[in-house]
Design a binder for this molecule. Structure first.
Ligand code: GLN
Length: 554
């Protein structure tokens, strides 16, 4: 039978609950247990797919095409948990299910209420999330409750997990609460009051946390542990310090293991402890991160650059590729709008250019200018989703001589719609959950860079977009030197393009950043960073920003 760990957060948001939940999952997997991870989000959007990245950060996409919270990215990078549509529920999704049942008449005339109908639907959602890759129930299901304890909108979720525990044996359910100990610099003190109050809130609604994970910027003294234990009614050993990590977030599982969190969980849940938690591969990886001597600087040119979380998986994937190349990857974040005039100054000295996915017109021409600069100056370029689309537009305009080439997303009357809408998308009017979403097979052309990097002839990659490469232009663009190196045969779609005369110029229609992890860096990211390092180490001889005549064709 599956055991359950519920992770809540108190005092402030952005405490790294997702990261901590993922780290717990990793520790348990290291003990030979199968885990699932799930996030329950109290907002009313049915999923984050319709929200601006400025509101919510990146939208993480699962293989089965769910548009989900970015914490699921941590879950996949840290564990082998199978993530699906059932791995992320919001208040909106729960209410939608309950309201459809009510409309069907399934409640047989009863008044439909938050308790028990909404809370029952939340408990069903928790049960739906406990499958592993083979559909078997896992040993431990970890469920993270979004938001902060004390928020009005979190209440039904907290009530549901209280009931969930009530209906099971005490050793089958565990509550882990993550909290902040603010440090008052003036008096040099860590304060416990907000933690006491947030635990108080939980106890008021019938939840007594079994573990408190305390986020702190300075080390906790023994007295502090004892005080929190006494005031919050949590055993001393179960008060865990989670200090701000100095070098990399990948230190979090090691820190929690060193604090004995895995033992406390196994004890409480009466799970057989298999050996000790062996993190040696992981620790060797961290050592690599810390001791890396090589370095390259990559420009990421995007529309939501001010918010780190908007491109979370991209930055993570660049870091993984750095690890694979024993190098540090420095990121220069550039707002695409700032390049609308002249990209040269902002980009000078970078060793590679990455243009991530995006929506809307703002900054589009800046991205196109940056890509032209990279192409003409032999600077490694990697375009993802909208990044591929803008690279195709740039190539069409400046190499194939198709003036005013554009995407139908922005310019419905362009004479050259090199990026257009698939027929099946033409009549779609709802915005939520209607893009090409989830994993599609991509067949790689032999002899291309993509084929070489993957070392495979077919791969599965995840998509989230409405627009596509327009095959009517394939021949003309190929004649001008663009190579289509990956295809989805079923729908006859170009998924990867590259320029073979360039040291590294690759655009992909999918989102490879969702399939990279520290121990398994994505092959295209790895190849891109390797190319950037080669350029950096060759002394950046021709990177003064002046286009090289031989490559300037328009
Ligand atoms: N806006 C583009 C489309 O819908 C690209 C989407 C993306 O980059 N994820 O096709």
């Amino acid at each position: 039978m599956t055991k359950h760990i519920f992770v809540t957060g108190g005092v402030v948001s952005s405490l790294g609950k997702g990261l901590t939940a993922a780290a717990v999952g990793m520790l348990l997997e290291q003990r030979g247990l199968r885990v699932s991870l799930q996030k329950l989000d109290p907002y009313i959007n049915v999923d984050p797919g319709t929200m601006s990245p400025f509101q919510h950060g990146e939208v993480y996409v699962t293989d089965d095409g769910a548009e989900t919270d970015l914490d699921l990215g941590h879950y996949e990078r840290f564990t082998h948990a199978r993530l699906t549509k059932d791995s992320n529920f919001t208040t909106g999704k729960i209410y939608q299910a309950v309201i459809s049942k009510e409309r069907r008449g399934d409640y047989l005339g009863r008044t439909v209420q938050v308790i028990p109908h909404i809370t029952d639907a939340i408990k069903e959602a928790i049960d739906a999330g406990v499958g592993d890759l083979d559909g078997d129930e896992v040993d431990v299901a970890i469920t993270e409750i979004g938001g902060t304890v004390g928020d009005i909108e979190s209440l039904p979720f907290l009530e549901a997990i209280r009931q969930y525990a009530l209906e099971r044996a005490p050793e089958d359910v565990m509550f882990v609460h993550i909290t902040l100990l603010p440090y008052l610099r003036a008096s040099g003190e860590l304060k416990t009051k907000p933690t006491q109050q947030s635990v108080g809130k939980l106890r008021e609604i019938g939840i007594q946390p079994h573990v408190l994970v305390c986020r702190t910027e300075v080390p906790m003294e023994e007295e502090m542990f004892k005080k929190i234990s006494l005031f919050c009614n949590v055993r001393r050993q179960a008060v865990i310090e989670e200090r701000d990590v100095e070098k990399t977030i990948y230190q979090v599982p090691v820190m929690l293991r060193d604090a004995g969190l895995d033992h406390i969980i196994l004890d409480h849940l009466h799970l057989p402890a298999k050996g000790e938690t062996d993190l040696s591969r992981w620790e060797a990886m961290i050592e690599d991160v810390i001791s890396a001597k090589r370095h390259a600087e990559i420009a990421v040119v995007g529309k939501y650059i001010e918010l780190h979380d908007a491109y979370k998986s991209i930055y993570e994937s660049l870091a993984h590729a750095g690890i694979a190349n024993h190098a540090k990857v420095k990121i220069r974040k550039i707002s695409a709008e700032d390049l609308d005039e002249n990209p040269v100054e902002a980009l000078a000295g970078v060793d590679g250019l990455l243009v991530p996915g995006g929506f809307g017109e703002r900054g589009l021409e800046g991205k196109i200018r940056a890509i032209r600069w990279a192409r003409e100056n032999d600077v490694p370029f990697f375009g993802i989703c909208l990044g591929l689309q803008t690279a195709v537009i740039e190539f069409a305009r400046n190499v194939a001589g198709l003036d005013d080439a554009h995407t139908l997303e922005h310019t419905p009357h362009t004479p050259h719609p090199v990026i257009h809408l698939m027929e099946s998308q033409e009549d779609v009017s709802d915005k939520g959950g209607t893009m090409r979403l989830g994993a599609y097979e991509c067949e790689l052309e032999e002899g291309t860079l993509a084929h070489k990097l993957y070392g495979a002839s077919t791969v599965l990659e995840r998509h989230r977009h409405r627009y596509e490469f327009n095959n009517d232009y394939l021949e003309r663009l190929q004649a001008a030197g663009l190579v289509a190196s990956g295809f989805h045969r079923g729908l006859d779609l170009v998924e990867i393009v590259e320029v073979p005369t360039h040291p590294f110029f690759v655009g992909v229609q999918f989102h490879p950043e969702f399939k990279s992890s520290p121990l398994h860096p994505h092959p295209i990211f790895r190849g891109f960073v390797a190319a950037a390092l080669a350029r950096a180490e060759a002394g950046r001889t021709s990177s003064n920003g002046e286009p090289r005549a031989s490559h300037t064709t328009a």
